[in-house]
Write a protein that binds this ligand. Sequence first.
Ligand code: ADP
Length: 435
Amino acid sequence: GSLQINEKDDKLKAAANEDKAAQSLLNKLIRSNLVNTTNQVEVLQRDPSSPLYSVKSFEELRLKPQLLQGVYAMGFNRPSKIQETALPMMLAEPPQNLIAQSQSGTGKTAAFVLAMLSHVDPENKWPQCLCVSPTYELALQTGKVIEQMGKFYPEVQLVYAIRGNKLERGTRLQEQIVIGTPGTVLDWCQKLKFIEPKRIKVFVLDEADVMIATQGHQDQSIRIQRMLPKTCQMLLFSATFEDTVWNFAKRIVPDPNIIKLKREEETLDTIKQYYVICNSKEEKFQALCNIYGAITIAQAMIFCHTRKTAGWLAGELSREGHQVALLSGEMQVEQRAAVIERFRDGKEKVLVTTNVCARGIDVEQVSVVINFDLPVDKDGNPDNETYLHRIGRTGRFGKRGLAINMVDSRFSMNILNRIQEHFKRVDSESLKQVV
Ligand code: ADP
């Protein structure tokens, strides 16, 4: 009995973690721009009496010319919000430790890559910077940024400490930067001794929130950290900051400076919300067809509760001659990225998806959102947060939007009422019924 339940729990947890890492990778694959925010960074200095520098240009950082060239070749004109403060801190002498949190797409990776490249001495043929990422794919992705930014600095070499990269026993690495996953990095430092941890000058732990979600990664990271010299600069990055992340961060980074950038708040203020009453899935489909012309004036996203419904709906819509894209959980991350990119480019006007797939993806031009199924959590209660994420707008995209909720039972009407009740406190306009 209970053993089975535990196993199921573990499986669910493992799936959720995989999902977190996949989501993060997906965001990286489709992101071509910085996420802008109007919020200010919050800074907590280790030594509040020391002056706090922030820079408005990359020149002010006095980077090596090869690196400045790399930065400009990537199309960066000026530091992002978080880079303005994080870069001077990371490049200061003596080195300072840093814990930084901001949502994905705000420039964290570019920042620590630049810091690592700046601290390397290319004359020294041994690992000096060590970066750990939660998964193989995420490590590769960060590696690509190192290669791009270091394009004009070919003396600096990079090696991947990831599964499958088998080196001969007795190897001593000559590359200055090592990027990998915690298990392999630990092996390379401890068991195989490819890396001499005492010579590491910069240690980066990326995606701490994804990292701690995986059993074992937390321990491995702490064991790696303990092998490093006291003088090593420790840097930790995370997109979110729950207590668990924070507790972990404090164990990895002693005497940290802390930088936080709040996520832009979403509101329902500029959204017109409607609902349609139907009696079945088929009726909902019919209702959708009736309003299809109106919703495809702009771009629309349609949310379903399960993969099965999403697949069915996309099939039915295609059969009616509508061109729709389907984003589904069984697709590989790369496939999902391709679908999202096509939708972004306007090649398809309608995207049918489940919640899991689309979480955390901002598709700016979407102005119609249809809840084919209302968002409920696993206990069948209204999922207000998801409702807000699907429909809400941040100040910066403040464009008007339209949301249509499809109700097909007493149960879903009740969910909708409770969602409405929840948001009434903040949003004055109530939902309108359409027929
Ligand atoms: P994060 O690590 O916070 O997710 P990234 O460093 O990956 O963010 O940056 C997100 C996107 O913005 C990437 O495509 C990156 O190339 C780009 N980017 C990063 N810094 C800048 C900058 N200063 N100017 C313009 N684009 C930038």
